[in-house]
Design a protein around this ligand. Structure first.
Ligand SMILES: NC(=O)c1ccc[n+]([C@@H]2O[C@H](COP(=O)([O-])OP(=O)(O)OC[C@H]3O[C@@H](n4cnc5c(N)ncnc54)[C@H](OP(=O)(O)O)[C@@H]3O)[C@@H](O)[C@H]2O)c1
Length: 248
């Protein structure tokens, strides 16, 4: 029986590349994200790439009802989940610096990065196979801060505590829980129109390897952490950043 893998944020960027890595292994996939057209396009590509089966669940995972919809879809498949990879996340506009926009920045980044992971995982915990793997997505911003008033980096740091909590809670079932903290990864929708050539050059100069990360650089680690070879790695925050230094 092929493994059953759940990937959130699977319609673009790192999430889609992660789903492609599992598809190449012949796993079955459930893709979640808000935009149905993106999920459908990814699903077509994954079927062509060798996925055993692909399901799409359009849902806002920062909302309880979205996470419940994902739970109900997966439960109806009638078999245990082998891995959950939570890629959904992103930044929100910093606003004008007034308290109202600062509150919105922190609230919205928390929902986008923390609640999407927490509600997805908590909805799926009862459906997890013993020995399943869970991977959450943090960021280099959790170590060195982020733009605006810092809400994005703080939200990603919150996922570190949740990773350790979950690893302790689910370890007795043989379930591993880790977070990946990427540096700058090009070729995703993450930066929208906020990336300038000067900023990109700076981010690349900060790496030891002299290049941006690719979604595939990150996807391979998520796949490994959810494989039998990675089963004893748990409660870790693994940085994938080409050697970028903290706090530069
Ligand atoms: N790219 C980088 O340099 C970088 C660096 C460090 C960390 N990261 C992290 O890596 C993860 C993947 O980012 P990416 O670079 O691949 O960017 P991306 O292409 O923008 O992917 C993010 C995905 O999350 C989905 N998403 C966002 N909010 C959601 C919600 N409320 N419910 C369900 N799905 C939601 C988006 O799809 P919909 O809009 O259709 O929902 C999108 O497909 C994120 O957690 C990001 O914070 C990225």
């Amino acid at each position: 029986m092929p493994r059953l893998i759940i990937v959130t944020g699977a319609g673009s960027g790192i999430g889609r590349a992660t789903a492609e890595r599992f598809a190449a292994h012949g796993d079955g996939l459930v893709l979640a994200g808000r935009r149905p057209d993106r999920l459908d396009a990814a699903a077509d590509a994954l079927r062509a790439a060798g996925a055993a089966e692909v399901h799409t669940v359009p849902a806002d995972l920062s909302d309880e009802s979205g996470a419940l919809r994902l739970h109900d879809h997966v439960e109806a498949l009638g078999r245990p989940v082998d891995a959950v990879v939570c890629c959904a996340g992103g930044t929100v506009d910093a606003g004008d610096g007034h308290l109202k926009s600062i509150a919105a920045e922190w609230h919205d980044t928390y929902r986008a990065n923390v609640l999407t992971a927490v509600l997805t995982v908590e909805a799926l915990v009862p459906l997890l196979a013993d020995t399943a793997g869970i991977v959450l997505y943090s960021s280099i911003a959790a170590y060195r801060g982020s733009a605006g008033t810092g809400g994005y980096g703080a939200a990603k740091a919150a996922l570190h505590a949740y990773t350790h909590h979950l690893a302790t809670r689910l370890g007795p079932r043989g379930i591993s829980v880790n977070a990946i903290a990427p540096g700058y990864v090009a070729g995703t929708e993450f930066f929208g129109d906020r990336m300038t050539p000067a900023r990109e050059a700076l981010l690349i100069r900060q790496t030891a390897m002299g290049r941006a990360g690719t979604p595939q650089d990150v996807a391979g680690l998520a796949f490994f952490l959810c494989s039998p070879e990675g089963a004893y790695i748990t409660s870790q925050i693994v940085q994938v950043n080409g050697g970028s230094q903290h706090g530069v």
